[in-house]
Design a protein around this ligand. Structure first.
Ligand code: CP
Ligand code: NVA
Length: 308
């Protein structure tokens, strides 16, 4: 049966660990898997802008022996002119995997329901699970282990990154704390799912409006933009609402002294994080950005193998 990866818990904890192990293997031996030999083509569809995702998937597909085909939906029939289901039926006969960055998460579900090749979510309004695989790989590299580690996310706790951190980190057996201002906290269904996963895998979940409480003793600290793609009109209001949630040196000092700092990027220095923190000694953002490549190669190779 075809396997898709639309949200963090579309894989089990054991499968997540397998994908991360394969990512480390592929990082050491980048051309050791020929998943897309032929070359077969992988569709990389973008409804939103991107730097890291576009580069890492393009390079990753090529490394796996395939042909990456970037489709910017502004120049295609997708969207207003042609349904997602019809697009899926055209693509599935010609490409080996579909990777899609979009707005509503339901579009990805419709694509997956109509595709007999793997569909990967490369960011929706609700989840960014490929980023979480890269972040987990980065934490594993710097800390040695994931289960039992403390992870804190401070900022827009209602966005795609917060949702994916809650579920993805809980699946890895981590203690995950997220903090944001009231009105910017995750929805109850996501929190309940994360709690259920945490209970099954030895982790825990904390959702709070107290940034200092969330960050206390954390092994890894992350933030993200306060204004996600599609929210540009809310910029002024959001900057006001997020006052007090900037990760600066004082807030960062409440984490463990050897804590690492992560940011999915792009970053807005002076807003969600100060320059001294993101450009400082504890920051591992460039490893994190590179790890998108290795994690996604492992994900694609694994999904194709499981779907055979
Ligand atoms: N982190 C991330 O997904 O970056 P891009 O928007 O540049 O792809
Ligand atoms: N939350 C951000 C992540 C960017 C990679 C957004 O959706 O714009």
């Amino acid at each position: 049966m075809v396997r898709h990866f639309l949200k963090d818990d579309d894989v089990t904890a054991a499968e997540q660990a397998q994908i991360l192990a394969l990512a480390s293997e592929l990082k050491a031996a980048p051309y050791s898997r020929r998943t897309f030999a032929g070359p077969q083509t992988v569709a990389l569809i973008f409804d939103k802008t991107s730097t890291r995702t576009r580069v890492s998937f393009t390079v990753g597909v090529a490394d796996l022996g395939g042909n990456p085909m970037v489709i910017d939906t502004g120049t295609s029939q997708m969207g207003k002119k042609e349904s997602v289901a019809d697009t899926a039926r055209v693509l599935e006969r010609q490409v080996a995997t579909i990777v899609w960055r979009t707005y509503a998460h339901s579009g990805l579900e419709e694509m997956a329901a109509n595709s007999n090749v793997p569909v990967i979510n490369s960011l929706s309004d609700d989840y960014h699970p490929c980023q979480i695989l890269a972040d987990l790989l980065t934490i594993k590299e710097h800390k040695g282990t994931l289960a039992g580690r403390r992870f804190a996310y401070i900022g827009d706790a209602s966005n795609n990154m917060a949702n994916s951190y809650l579920i993805g980190m809980a699946l890895a057996g981590m203690h995950v704390a997220v903090a944001g201002p009231s009105g910017y906290l995750p929805n109850a269904a996501v929190v309940a799912r994360a709690q259920e996963i945490a209970a099954a895998h030895g982790g825990s979940v904390l959702v709070t409006t107290d940034a200092a409480a969330a960050i206390g003793n954390a092994d890894a600290v992350a933030t993200d933009t306060w204004i996600s793609m599609g929210q540009e009109d809310e910029k002024e209001q959001r900057i006001k609402d997020f006052a007090g949630f900037t990760i600066d040196a004082a807030l960062m000092s409440k984490a463990a002294s050897d804590a690492i700092f992560l940011h999915c990027l792009p970053a807005y220095r002076g807003y969600e994080v100060t320059a001294d923190v993101i450009d400082g000694d504890q920051s591992v953002i460039w490893d994190e950005a590179e790890n998108r490549l290795h994690a996604q190669k492992a994900l694609m190779a694994w999904l194709v193998e499981k779907s055979a």
